[in-house]
Every structure is written in C-alpha cells, then in structure tokens.
Design a protein around this ligand. Sequence first.
Ligand SMILES: [Zn+2]
Length: 313
Amino acid sequence: MSAKQDITLHIYKNSSGLKHDTGAGHPECIARQDAVLSIFKQEPYSALKVIEAEEAETKWVAYAHDRNYIMDLQEAIPDSGHVNLDSDTVVSPHSYIAAITGAGAACQAVQDIHDGNCDRAFCATRPPGHHAEPERAMGFCLFNNIFIAARYAQQQCGYKKIAIIDFDVHHGNGTDAMARRAENILYISSHQAPFYPGTGNPAHDVAGKTLNIELAAGDGSETFRKVYEDTVVPALHSFAPDFVMISAGFDAHKDDPLAQINLTEDDFTWVTNQLCEIANKYCGGKVLSVLEGGYNLDALKSSCAAHLNALQK
Ligand SMILES: [Zn+2]
C-alpha cells in the first residue's frame, strides 16, 4: 500500500523508569528518560498522546525469558541500595517494576496498533532491553522489551513475520539469541565491531533469523546508509514483514561518549524513513519503536526528536 496521509503516533512511558536508580555516575541513568520525556512537553510533540504503561503479564515476559530468570530477577531486587547483576547491570528497589512496565509498554503498544488505535508507537521507557538474554540480565538490560513485543504480536495478535531492526551502536546479543530459537522473527543489527558485547559476527548468521552488520570505529553517515541501502532494505523486502519493530538506540551518534560511530540526527531521520517505507509497503505502516541506548543527553534528545518526526510520516 502507499503511505498514509495521516499517521497516528502514540508514545508509551513507564514513570517507574524514573525511579530505576543505577547509582552515581552510571551512564544508563534516570536523566536519560527525563531528557526523552522532556520532548513531549514542547511543541509540536506536546500534541502526541502519551500513555502510562501497565505491567506486562508474566506469561508475556515468558515468551522471551526463562521463568526461573523472571523469579530470580524479582528476588534479586534489594529493599534499599544497589545490587550488581553483572559488572555494569545494577538494580535498586524500583528496578523490577520499571522492567515489567517497560515490557508492558511495548506489548500495550503492539495491542493498540493491532486494534487500530494508532499506526505507530514509540516507547520512551527504561531500562533498555536488547542485551537481556533468555536467562540473564546484561548490559544495563533486564527484560528484552522488543523481543517480548515481537512474541506478543505473534501469540496475542496473530502476526506471523516480525522484523526487528536494531540500529543501537551495540549488538543486541539478547535479541539475536532469542531470534535464533524463534520462528519467523528476523533480527537485523548494525553495530560497531569489535566492541561490547563481542557478539554479532556476520559469519555466524542464520539465514532468515539473523542479519548482522559490522561497522568500524570512525564510520559515519556514508557507510551506515550504504549498508542499509545495500543489505538491510533488500533483506526486508525479501522477508516482507507483517510488523516492523525498531530497537532504537541513539548511541551511534557522533557525540555519544560510549562509542565511536559518527551518525547525526539526519541519519536517524533517514533510517527511520527507510523502515517506515518498508512498513507502508508490507504491513499497513505498522511500526513499533522501543528506546534502547543513547548516553549523551543532548544528542539523545535531538536524535529521538528526529526519529519521532520521521515516524509520523
Ligand atoms: Zn547501545
């Protein structure tokens, strides 16, 4: 189908994310979500409907995660202070409620798109999700929000083929691992390599399940757009998804302190446009986007705004 004239974009937030304290000096901090949510206090974004997310049902989370892990995570939450689940993944008293409502936001967004309440959705939530593996938290991530949403779309709404495109600068090892053992979920990632978490080598791709693309430190707009034009977009045409989902990390921005890729806001606009065109052609424009990384607050805010502009076209 051709592009719609009027795209309705809904925003989902979990206010509990603003209480998910990761400790002083942690890059995945409350101020990140504050920065993103501040966008919706300004025109023209203040016209967007912002919906407070509810908790995901445990069975939805269990589409992606081992039930023992879900229980272990609940038990790991301290009554006060902080607990390290690994060297950089920290939980505190409000972390479980933040994680379960973050997952709930993504599922609620899928349901609202399915029900025709909106065409597209963006989840301005934390913690992020793409490093969370079936049986463990990792890399600031507790629940794999995007994969839970993909399985929710299949199980609860009857969609068959889900494409997850992850332009966060890090490889989404958790989503990749989950896609390998799922049916009809294609995970596509562009990421800096060699880099954390050390996974995402294209040599290990499984056709129809994973498509990993490595970017080198110092790469910028030209290389990024070329790999999307030459590889990602053709793969999406071949796959013909019933739902397009985006792991929207903005840490490939040139000003991000954690990585060395040099994208600008225009690149996030461009890539979002590409993905929306795929959605318009194959699945009535349906796009779910979920916030992943992005650690320079100004760059996060401006990149997110660029992404939101493109999602409305
Ligand atoms: Zn990242």
